[in-house]
Design a protein around this ligand. Structure first.
Ligand code: CMP
Length: 604
């Protein structure tokens, strides 16, 4: 932060404009205004710099003349680097008045969201002003009351200004920036792209660009120039762009760290990996993620426009996430749901799920076409039964080797990080009693863990912890998807009603003779009692039903295909399950079209 004492220069002209609008000064006579002006000192805050922090003693009130400040709340349990943004304070507003009025400590932290000019009126001058001109107080109190009545912002603020930061001179960042600008233009009406030629502009000019546009792209240099530093200070979101084939180590993330040190808040950092004409190679993404430096990474194939459109939606909170619940054979219905969404032009930008829902989600994240998804699942579950490798039931009824083989065959050595669409799956961690969300690691392994129905398939052990089917704790992870804060969530739940029925009477263990008789003469007769697999599967799902009910509420669009006519283990009802998913989704989309959610779904 620097203190400046300007004469009658552009900064003072900006101050006058701000004073005329600020609630504390708007009612003052011209000569009193001149007297106040003499008591103000100008502070120039670089983007990210703190003005003051929550809990500090209050010694001044401030007028914002250019740029933008943010009011942040530090949550007791939250990450101290990621306080919640409560409000933005644009030019013409004052900040820091509450603790002066109430003689208390600062109620919130305030920092510059981008390069800003603020004028400081010390506590002594503020007291003098309010005692000489008590007429300014009602307007000031009114503005505080209006703000308090509005309450805190419920939704996370989405970034509008992006710094595009190439990691090397050969990165095709300019081409990428043009494509991203076009994609952002399909979401917002006006997009501005600023390059180094704007270096000498004043903060007000940048502020005007930002207010006049839906989105602003600051195209940074490949090295840490003065312009790159400015981009880092101005942007809400840092987008590091790297050619995926480039295996040179990059210094850029560490430069970002330096430029950001001392900032009150954490700017969102995203990594874009550019691919020329091919998909990510298995295992090549994780080493580029710089140990968790980035909030999210994105694979963009430069020749595929849909990839840049998806990126634009994910960056700006306009994405569509689809969550698929587990539910044995009933989960085939997700295949029909996906087909209906794709046919209707609803973009699928990120996916997540549990158990069988997770496997369908993984095939969507791999961008398999509809036919391929259907043929894979048909071959795996209808043409051959993966639950047929009986074993000595010490850990489980089946050895689970067939399931493992099928998953490896389908997804190879791909890691979750290599998937084109952001993806997560859920397992129930029996060691910690938590529902674990997996966004990194070998895909087939976490899918195998996510479908490990306790007692049916052996659990999956990782780093000394035991994982079973995610449905045991969280069968419908809508809230996990919502926490990503990237847009709307479509939840597809599996109706588990009518899942288990039995004849009347107490179920006693059968004698060996009864078993033998059944095996020889009555093989095709329907059992009067549920099978052990049906009991175990139902037991695994029953506890998460209450949680799933809350997740249904959390979905922006809820789809629950009616499935009670299909048994949870009836793999042969594949076509019926797919069909009902397709039909229910088409009907749901038709109804949603006229709603606000529908408007957000069909944005693309
Ligand atoms: N919800 C809010 N919206 C806008 N500004 C706020 C909000 N809450 C607090 N502030 C401002 O943030 C400042 C933090 O320091 P003060 O408590 O002195 O005064 C506070 C107000 O000026």
């Amino acid at each position: 932060m620097s203190v400046v004492t300007p004469g009658d220069n552009p900064a003072r002209q900006r101050l006058r404009k701000a004073l005329q609008r600020a609630p504390l000064f708007a009612d003052l006579e011209a000569h009193s205004m001149v007297a106040v002006e003499r008591e103000l000192t100008l502070l120039v805050l670089p983007g990210g710099a703190p003005l003051f922090r929550q809990g500090e003693p209050a010694d001044a009130v401030y007028v914002v003349a250019s740029g933008c400040l943010g009011v942040f709340r530090h949550e007791e349990e939250g990450n101290p680097d990621e306080p919640l943004l409560m409000a933005e304070i644009p030019p013409g507003n004052i900040v820091g008045e509450m603790s002066l009025l109430s003689h208390s400590q600062r109620t919130r932290s305030v920092a510059a969201l981008r390069d800003s000019e603020v004028w400081r009126l010390a506590r002594g001058s503020f007291d003098k002003l309010t005692s000489r001109h008590p007429e300014v107080l009602p307007t000031l109190m009114r503005s505080v009351a209006v703000r308090n009545a509005m309450g805190p912002t419920k939704r996370r603020r989405q970034p509008r200004t992006f710094a595009i930061l190439p990691t090397g001179v050969s990165t095709p960042a300019a081409r990428f920036a043009v494509m991203l600008a076009a994609a952002l233009g399909r979401i917002g009406s006006q997009v501005q792209m600023l390059g180094p030629e704007s270096m000498d502009r004043d903060p007000e000019w940048f502020a005007r660009c930002e207010t006049e546009s839906s989105f602003v792209l600051y195209r940074g240099d490949p090295t840490a120039t003065e312009w790159t530093e400015l981009c880092l200070r101005q942007a809400d979101c840092l987008v590091v762009v790297r050619a995926a084939d480039d295996d040179l180590p990059t210094r850029l993330p560490f430069e970002i760290e330096t430029a950001q040190s001392g900032a009150v808040f954490h700017r969102r950092r995203e990594l874009v990996l550019l691919h020329e004409g091919h998909d990510p190679k298995p295992g090549t993404t994780a080493p580029m993620l710089a140990g968790g430096l980035y909030g999210q990474h994105h694979h963009v194939r430069l020749d595929i426009h849909a990839d840049v459109d998806r990126l634009a939606r994910l960056l700006t909170g306009h994405a569509v996430g689809v969550v698929m619940a587990g539910g044995g054979a009933r989960a085939f219905t997700h295949i029909g749901v996906i087909k209906a969404l794709r046919t209707s032009g609803v973009p699928i930008d990120q996916v997540g799920g549990t158990s069988m829902g997770a496997i369908v989600a993984a095939s969507v994240a791999s961008r398999w076409p509809d036919d391929e998804i259907a043929s894979h699942f048909r071959a795996a579950f209808v043409d051959s039964n993966p639950l047929s490798d009986y074993t000595l039931p010490l850990i489980s009824l089946y050895a689970g080797r067939r399931v493992t083989r099928l998953l490896r065959l389908s997804f190879g050595e791909k890691e979750i990080e290599d998937l084109i669409l952001p993806f997560f799956c859920v397992t129930a961690n029996l060691t910690t009693s938590n529902a674990d969300i997996h966004t990194v690691g070998k895909l087939w392994r976490w899918l195998r863990a996510s479908v490990s129905i306790p007692g049916v398939i052996p659990p999956f052990n990782e780093a000394g912890e035991v994982h079973v089917d995610g449905g045991v704790i969280d069968n419908f992870p809508v809230r996990a998807m919502r926490r990503t804060g990237r847009g709307v969530t479509i939840g597809v739940d599996i109706d588990t009603g009518g899942a288990l029925a039995a004849g009347a009477g107490v179920m006693e263990p059968w004698s060996p003779w009864q078993f033998f008789r059944r095996l020889i003469w009555k093989r095709n007769e329907t059992l009067p009692i549920p099978s052990i697999v049906a009991i175990l599967l139902r037991s695994a799902l029953v506890a998460s039903a209450a949680r799933a009910a809350e997740d249904r509420q959390a979905a922006d669009l809820l789809i629950v295909p009616p499935m009670t006519h299909i048994d949870l283990l009836d793999w042969t009802s594949f076509d019926a399950a797919v069909e009902v998913g397709y039909r229910t989704t088409m009907e749901a989309l038709d109804k949603a079209k006229a709603t606000p959610t529908g408007a957000r779904l069909f944005v693309a």
